[in-house]
Design a binder for this molecule. Structure first.
Ligand code: SAM
Length: 276
């Protein structure tokens, strides 16, 4: 690989292009290049790999991925960031494609291509919605991995094991056919400006899809079960036709609460109801 070009410090880029953080766009920038390199290393060796980055902002994570040898397609909503990103693109010829647009509206698969690694430090509300979309799409998914920054509480909900207070719908959705892990905690002081809460990076790789399960059925069951998480299953699942029979077929005690039902057990219930 050619030697990486020297780039101005990110603070200088922000000052030069007047990228004062916008609260409305959830802008909390990461400027520590060592930290950014560690985040870009989470998906593994990116040399020659395709990366789809959402919300590059001034381009800190982008430059880390480019230095690692990735070919990056980056979607940014804030027009003020585009000239800064174009400068980065000129420094890494042929490695960076910039798309000005809303990540919630663009067709990521068409832009990035199958097999891309998704990388994002996003506003939390946008990140969660995109995550749910990526996890709910057709399986095997088009993406190779997801490396996403969340507020720590959301990260914990994604990776939560059964029997813990964070375990819920998001954990089941993230774990039934994928493998999420909490890859790195990031202190709020690492961001400019610092957000109110701590953050964490979650890394997710696709797994095998259990056979015979319709996702809408699984979602209906987890919505009902965790919608009344303090109630026993015999109460919370009453509204789902066939669910109580499924519990009895599977030998799952209806006096248990949703929090104690493993991902495999939810999948088994959904499988029975998907066939019903
Ligand atoms: N990746 C940069 C970093 O780590 O310093 C910026 C992170 S900042 C938390 C979030 C970025 O996402 C901002 O640049 C913001 O303009 C951008 N953004 C917010 N909503 C977006 C959307 N719907 N589509 C694309 N980009 C968005």
């Amino acid at each position: 690989m050619a030697t990486a070009p020297a780039l101005p410090p990110l603070r200088e880029v922000i000052a030069r292009y007047g990228l004062n953080a916008s609260k409305a766009l959830g802008q909390n920038f990461l400027l520590d290049e060592q930290l950014l390199a560690r985040i870009a290393a989470i998906p593994g060796d990116l040399a020659g790999q395709r990366v789809f980055e959402v919300g590059p902002g001034p381009g800190g994570l982008t430059r880390a991925a480019l230095r690692a040898g990735a070919h990056v397609t980056a979607v940014e909503r804030d027009a003020r960031c585009i000239p800064a990103l174009e400068e980065l693109s000129a420094a890494f010829p042929g490695q960076l494609e910039i798309v000005e647009g809303d990540a919630m509206k663009v067709d990521a698969r068409t832009l990035a291509g199958d097999g891309a690694h998704i990388l994002a430090n996003l506003p939390y509300n946008v990140g969660t919605q995109l995550l749910i979309g990526w996890l709910s799409a057709q399986w095997q998914p088009w993406w190779a991995s997801l490396t996403l920054m969340f507020q720590q509480e959301v990260a914990e909900r994604i990776v939560a094991p059964v029997g813990t207070s964070h375990y819920g719908r998001l954990a089941v959705l993230a774990q039934w056919r994928a493998h999420p892990r909490l890859a790195m905690k990031v202190h709020r002081s690492a961001f400019t400006p610092p957000p109110k809460v701590m953050s964490a990076v979650v890394h997710i790789v696709p797994g095998e899809e259990p056979g015979g399960v319709a996702l809408p059925v699984l979602e209906r069951i987890t919505a009902a079960a965790f919608g009344q998480r303090r109630k026993m299953l015999r109460q919370s699942l009453k509204s789902v036709p066939g669910a109580l029979d499924a519990l009895s077929t599977l030998g799952i005690d209806p006096q248990r609460r949703a929090e104690t039902v493993s991902v495999d057990e939810f999948v088994a219930i959904a499988r029975l109801l998907s066939h019903a």
